[in-house]
Design a protein around this ligand. Structure first.
Ligand code: COA
Length: 160
């Protein structure tokens, strides 16, 4: 059975475990590198949870973590969906769907007018997931990737 659990700062070891699994599994999907995080200590892991009105959720199957996602406030007042990942063994069963819905619900609770995200171009499954939930591409310039040329693609969904 699939359950979602919102984590707090004291859950940082669990977040660390799943986030490192994501960075090791899908380096093509994230700006952060596994090597940037593997030796980081408690304070840096906890910092993520100390951002006001942030939301960090893990997906559990039979109490085993199989995915995660975050919601963060943006400077422009919208919400941002970040760090979405589902372990390879759990893909294709609606876990990504549940994580996107959970972050969208957080954004609505936080009275955000829109939810944005940045995806690395060419990440077909992720773009398909976001389009499935009504996100559309914007002209906003995403962050420059380490190759110094490519930029992330920014997508947005307006929230009622
Ligand atoms: C992208 C990712 C989160 C999808 O997770 P998932 O649990 O497999 O997705 P779901 O089973 O919930 O799929 C939901 C919908 O997304 C789309 N989708 C997901 N994976 C897809 C794929 N490989 N090809 C095409 N569409 C896909 C489909 O519309 C799907 O709906 P459907 O099954 O009714 O067709 C997962 O593949 C992943 O973690 N990839 C590596 C990390 C990553 O890319 N993260 C995104 C960073 S921006």
């Amino acid at each position: 059975m699939l359950t979602l659990r919102a984590l707090t700062a004291d859950d940082w070891p669990r977040w660390r475990e799943v986030r490192l699994a994501a960075l090791a599994d899908a380096p093509y999907a994230f700006k952060s590198r596994f090597s940037d995080w593997q030796d980081e200590g408690e304070a840096r892991w906890r910092a993520r949870f100390e951002i006001p009105d942030s939301y960090n959720v893990v997906a559990l199957m039979s109490n085993r973590p199989v995915g995660l996602a975050s919601g963060f406030p943006r400077d422009d007042g919208d919400g941002e969906l970040r760090s979405a990942w589902v372990g390879p063994e759990a893909r294709g069963h609606g876990v990504g769907d549940r994580l996107v819905v959970a972050v969208q619900e957080w954004a609505v609770r936080s009275a955000r007018a829109a939810l944005k995200l940045a995806v690395i171009s060419g990440n077909g499954p992720a773009v398909a997931l976001y389009q499935h939930h009504g996100f559309i591409s914007t002209e906003e310039l995403g962050s420059l990737l380490p190759d110094g040329v490519t930029r992330e693609q920014v997508m947005v969904k307006a929230l009622d």
